[in-house]
Design a protein around this ligand. Structure first.
Ligand code: GLN
Length: 485
């Protein structure tokens, strides 16, 4: 195996044994990028010079015996997290030239842990999308089939890991944008509990739903990343002061006697038969591992998409009001007075999907409609949250497919936003309820496309997710395949 194909923990072993260096690892990753990036387009911007300098410093630290959680590990960042002095575009024309004056908290934490940043990964514009096709910089392609989408909105971050163009990466998840692309690219993706990871320096989409999390090649790496990312941040008012376990301690344990809830509302018509059969096999593996399967009900599931598509656009319309041609990034060059400048900047700076969301959100929040839409949606959101609270009385974790179908073709759903929105039908509920969710590979379709299973747990129970995902990963023995690029 080549260095870029290894996991964080495998590379750490090699580093500790003196069998490789941070510089060799970084070189291997950039060679891989040279070989495949033209075909997949995971990155908006590469950071090779910075990366090689950090790798050099890492090797000096390693010589001194100073090895931290991610020393010398190449990591990609979704281009939605602010990086001081390095452009942060959010996949949008309106921010194509925006250079943040500060780092996001997660960027600071990763840097302090010794990570080597490879580049800024491609994404749907302002994280609005499920396919990475709304990026101003053009789509990312699924490494398992270049005609297909990698999922979104963190499609660049997922592809970079799946195509071995980095060892792990950072994404953000507002309605499924970590778990859905993880499933479609055959890797592990975790959305933490709302408040577990600081959003300071994350460009806001829908602030009550957004959460940052990792993409990794296996579950142990996910635990390693969470150890670095999780934690209270005094600069972020929704981050929570709660105890943080060592997530690695949950790796490699059994799940005997655990109750795994299967919500009947999630197994309805419209699930691809091959996805369904992979999920049924997953359930069998868990039973053989000593878990007890219980049927549960999440009765308000049918309202999740509708609630999300009021709340997310409403919050987005408010958050995106700040892009006015004055404070950040792009300003229309051919405008007259101030009002004209605002209008032209926003007309030329935003893409179609972002404009669609701003219009829906502005409408839902407008006087006379607020009670009927945003307020109503918030009330139903409480019911959705309550469904989960009831469910935890019957089970420890919940299992669902991550996505209803495997990766679809590029262009297949771009003209039909409602079809596109359905990609997240299984992932959105956990953002509305604020609970954590993980997607783990659980097989392949007959065409060789990856399939993912999702586990959900109660607030701050990421440890449980890591434990069951790790037990499943070990016992399922899913064939190790790599995309042929
Ligand atoms: N696909 C969903 C949307 O477009 C979720 C995106 C996300 O999680 N950022 O809103």
């Amino acid at each position: 195996m080549e260095l870029h194909q290894l996991t964080i923990h495998e590379l750490q072993e090699k580093i500790k044994e003196g069998k490789t260096s941070a510089e060799q690892i970084a070189e291997s990753v950039f060679q891989r990028i040279d070989a495949v990036e033209k075909r997949v387009h995971s990155y908006i911007r590469l950071m090779k010079d910075e990366a090689m300098a950090v790798a050099d410093k890492a090797d000096k630290d390693i010589k001194k015996g100073d090895i931290k959680a991610l020393t010398g590990i190449p990591i990609a960042l979704k281009d939605i997290v602010c990086t001081k002095g390095i452009s942060t575009t959010c996949g949008s024309h309106i921010l194509h030239n925006f250079v943040p004056p500060y780092d996001a908290t997660v960027v600071e934490k990763l840097r302090d842990a010794g990570a080597v940043f490879v580049g800024k990964a491609n994404m749907d514009e302002f994280a609005m999308g499920s396919s990475t096709e709304t990026s101003y910089f053009g789509p990312t392609r699924n490494p398992w089939d270049l005609e297909r989408i990698p999922g979104g909105s963190s499609g660049g971050s997922a592809t970079a890991v799946a195509a071995d163009e980095c060892i792990a990466s950072i994404g953000s998840d507002t309605g499924g944008s970590i778990r859905q692309p993880a499933a479609l690219c055959g890797i592990v993706g975790l959305k933490p509990t709302y408040g577990r990871v600081s959003r300071f320096g994350l460009v806001a989409f829908a602030s009550s739903l957004d959460q940052i999390g990792p993409f990794t090649k296996d579950v142990e790496d996910c635990a390693i990343m969470m150890n670095v990312l999780a934690g209270y941040d005094p600069r972020e008012s929704t981050s929570v002061r709660a105890e943080i376990p060592d997530y690695r301690q949950f790796v490699g344990h059994d799940i005997k006697g655990w109750k795994v809830g299967i919500p009947k509302e999630y197994f309805v018509e419209g699930i691809d038969p091959e996805v369904n059969s992979a999920i049924q096999k997953t359930i069998t593996v868990l039973e053989k591992s000593g878990a007890k399967i219980v049927e549960i009900s999440l009765p308000h599931t049918q309202y999740c998409l509708a609630v999300y598509y009021i709340i997310a656009p409403a919050e987005a319309s408010s958050n995106l009001a700040r892009y006015d041609g004055v404070k950040y990034g792009f300003r229309s060059p051919d405008s007259g007075d101030l009002l004209d400048m605002y209008k032209k900047t926003r007309m030329q700076g935003f893409g179609a999907e972002v404009k669609r969301r701003i219009m829906i959100g502005t409408y839902a929040l407008s006087a006379g409609y607020y009670d009927a839409y945003y307020k109503k949606a918030s009330q139903v959101r409480s019911l959705i949250k309550r469904d989960f609270e009831e469910a935890w009385k019957k089970c420890d974790v919940i299992l669902t497919p991550t996505t209803p179908t495997p990766a679809f073709k590029i262009g297949e759903k771009t003209d039909n936003p409602l079809q596109m929105y359905l990609s997240d039908v299984f992932t959105i509920s956990s953002n509305l309820a604020g609970i954590p969710g993980i997607s783990v590979p659980c097989g392949f379709t007959s065409d060789g496309l990856p399939i993912g299973v999702q586990f959900l747990a109660g607030h701050f129970e990421e440890g449980k997710l890591i434990q069951i995902a790790s037990a499943y990963e070990k016992n399922a023995k899913i064939e190790k395949r790599r995309p042929k690029l």
